[in-house]
Design a protein around this ligand. Structure first.
Ligand code: GLA
Length: 669
């Protein structure tokens, strides 16, 4: 029977051999059955070009295998050795300001460098030949965090690679001029070699240039991954992955990465000072599951504090377990930490680990061992799906486009709106999937588009078809404005959604910092859902950030602005189209000021069932045959209306389930 894989990054090269034996003993004690090995050891296994030293790695691989601990073998290419930088200074990373970055750390290389690529292929070939058929090697951990510190490089080599990429994409430079709208300011190109990498420049750089640069940069990393994956596949049947950073790496478009890996794996660290960090964790897990299209694994998270935030807050009692099991609830079939044993030297010595500096007589170690035990009881969820009736649209390209310079307001932030909508749904105990705007949405009763500034023609058609065929869609302001080249869709805003929403916008009216607007139900508004029995946004709704002059063309006003530049005009609209309904919020609503109400109404209208009676602060997720109840609050609670057997304690519950403060209860049907 398959189990949830458990373990972490293992860096035995930092320790004497006596510690390795202690490590495998402790790994077994904790139930660890998979470790990521050799993620950063290039400088150790290839001391000089073409000279290899396998002494330690051979011994460690044998030791782990002998003790039944699976190996997720790293390729060490995110930390190139000093000799390579010395011999080939041209591989060094050049940043946006044009500075060449020094060594002494990892990642400081140009992703487009042919010299670097060749050296990567050579070391990976050596590893694959040597260990590819080893029965202990179960998975390949290619590179580490593509795009962590070198998403973009602005060196000469990169600029030339960009020109070649553009020539490949557009074939004819006039097609590029057309797509980029270069007639504006006469920024026309007569040949591809006139296009410069968009490093620091005077304000007003062509946004379409910046967008293609981001696509190019993402593609360079994908090419590097493919290169290694294909070398490995010549010598090994083990699957390959690389650890994503969803959602905290803006530069990688993981929709494009998804099809490249055999297993989707993700690294997620709490932004510890955020009060709602468990919601951000859930969002990361749901988005990773969407990218994976099914189960996935968490390749790195932390047992307690990290070392790289301004204030590295330690996890509170029980938080490690809540975080880990939330990942499992939301689709993770593997649970790994960075790292196994806390380092003594180097940059990460204040980062928590499975074996802390304090050793095994610690709460943290006991939690690590207990979690390993819990996971063994959860084997029945392995491979199972997480059901969701609601999808939130997410598009890295829309994120990039929205946050380029010279937008109507600096307060237009992609994650600000997505997180506001996600958090409201989370608190209403609605499990969501994420989806690309061009994806098949027919499985969802409700689709939410909190920030879809850029939408292609295909996405526009997709969303319209979704509604016409009976879907319910909620759209927030400044969506559907431009296409994938940041060109405004023809006609009045929002061109990509005008017909779907049944309205058009005469003018945008961004608000001043901190300004708020009153919103009132439209005097003629009827009951919007049978469940609520009243109009939506009846009382006390307020808007922030945005207001605009909405002109109805098929939609009706559900609520109107009661103050500000658009007083008396529609603030919330509803358009019944075909068999479905499209809602539109023309301002930034927050949980308590209309957003919960809007989403509750739309959920009711769409017929999305929610579990009743779950107390606030309790996360509820159904996965396969199990229901996860995670109490993030400091109150003991009882959840009514649920029955089942607690998988971890064996206690049967008939009518209601107590969940003590900070605890996790997992019920099986
Ligand atoms: C990243 C890296 C790890 C380690 C952790 C620390 O996720 O992949 O090597 O540096 O951060 O949090």
């Amino acid at each position: 029977m398959q189990t949830i894989r458990y373990g972490g990054d293992y860096n035995p090269e930092q320790w004497p051999e006596a510690t390795w034996r202690e490590d495998v003993r402790l790994m077994r004690e904790a139930g660890v059955d998979l470790v990521s090995l050799g993620v950063f050891n290039w400088g150790l296994i290839e001391p000089a070009r073409g000279e290899y030293d396998w002494t330690d790695l051979d011994r460690i691989v044998a030791l782990l295998h002998e003790h039944g601990i699976g190996i997720n073998l790293g390729t060490p290419t995110s930390s190139p050795p000093a000799w390579l930088r010395k011999a080939h200074p041209e591989i060094r990373l050049v940043d946006f300001e044009g500075r060449t970055l020094a060594g002494g750390s990892r990642h400081g290389v140009c992703p487009s460098s042919p010299v670097y690529r060749e050296a990567c292929a050579a070391i990976v070939e050596q590893l694959a030949v040597r260990y590819g058929a080893h029965p202990g090697v179960e998975l390949w951990h290619v590179h580490n965090e593509y795009g962590w510190a070198n998403v973009e490089c602005y060196c000469e080599v990169s600029a030339l690679a960009f020109q070649a990429w553009l020539a490949d994409k557009y074939e004819d430079v006039d097609r590029l001029n057309e797509a980029w709208g270069t007639a504006f300011w006469g920024l026309v190109y007569r040949s591809f070699d006139q296009v410069e990498a968009p490093s620091a420049a005077p304000p007003g750089v062509n946004p379409a240039l910046r967008l293609d640069w981001k696509r190019f940069s993402n593609d360079q990393h994908i090419a590097n991954y493919r290169l290694q994956r294909d070398v490995i596949a010549k010598h090994s049947k083990a699957p390959a992955t690389t650890n994503f950073m969803i959602p905290n790496c803006e530069g990688m478009d993981y929709w494009r990465w998804a099809g490249e890996v055999d297993v989707v794996s993700n690294n997620h660290y709490l932004i510890a000072e955020r009060e709602d960090h468990q919601i951000e964790l859930s969002m990361s897990a749901d988005l990773t599951r969407a990218v994976a299209g099914g189960p996935w694994m968490i390749m790195e998270h932390s047992t307690s504090a990290v070392n790289w935030q301004p204030r590295n807050i330690a996890k509170t009692p029980g938080e490690l377990r809540r975080n880990s099991l939330a990942h499992v609830a939301r689709g993770a079939d593997g649970l790994m930490f960075f790292q196994w044993r806390a380092s003594r030297a180097g940059a990460e010595k204040f980062h928590s680990a499975m074996v802390p500096h304090g050793g095994t007589d610690t709460e943290l170690w006991r939690d690590v061992v207990a979690l390993g035990g819990d996971l063994k009881a959860l084997s029945a969820v392995v491979g199972t799906e997480v059901g969701a009736d609601v999808a939130v649209l997410w598009d890295w390209e829309a994120w990039w486009a929205l946050e380029l310079e010279w937008r109507p307001s600096v307060d237009l932030r992609f994650r600000e709106r997505v997180e506001a909508y996600y958090a409201s749904l989370w608190k209403q105990h609605v499990t969501v999937d994420f989806a690309h705007p061009e994806a098949d949405l027919s499985a969802y009763r409700l689709v939410v588009a909190p920030s879809s500034y850029a939408l292609s023609d295909a996405a526009s058609k997709n969303l319209r078809g979704y509604v016409e065929h009976g879907g319910h869609l909620v759209v927030s302001y400044f969506s559907g404005i431009v296409n994938e080249h940041d060109t405004v869709h023809a006609g009045p805003h929002p061109g990509a959604l005008r017909e779907t929403l049944g309205l058009w916008i005469e003018e945008f009216h961004p608000l001043r910092e901190g300004e708020g607007l009153a919103i009132e139900a439209d005097p003629g508004a009827g009951v919007e859902s049978a469940a609520s029995g009243r109009p939506c946004l009846e009382t006390g709704a307020r808007g922030r950030i945005w207001s605009e002059h909405v002109r109805l063309d098929g939609a009706r006003a559900v609520a109107r602005f009661a103050s500000g530049p658009d007083a008396g005009r529609p603030a919330l609209t509803r358009h019944d189209l075909g068999r479905g309904t499209a809602w539109y919020a023309a301002t930034a609503l927050d949980e308590a000021t209309g957003l919960d109400e809007l989403l509750a109404t739309a959920l009711d209208a769409a017929g999305v069932e929610r579990p009743a009676g779950i107390p606030g602060g309790v996360e509820f997720v159904r996965r396969g045959p199990m229901s996860f109840l995670i109490n993030h609050s400091d109150q003991d609670v009882t959840v009514p209306g649920l029955r089942g057997t607690d998988v971890l304690t064996g206690v049967a519950h008939q009518r209601s389930v107590p969940v003590p403060a900070g605890e996790v209860v997992i019920l099986t049907d």
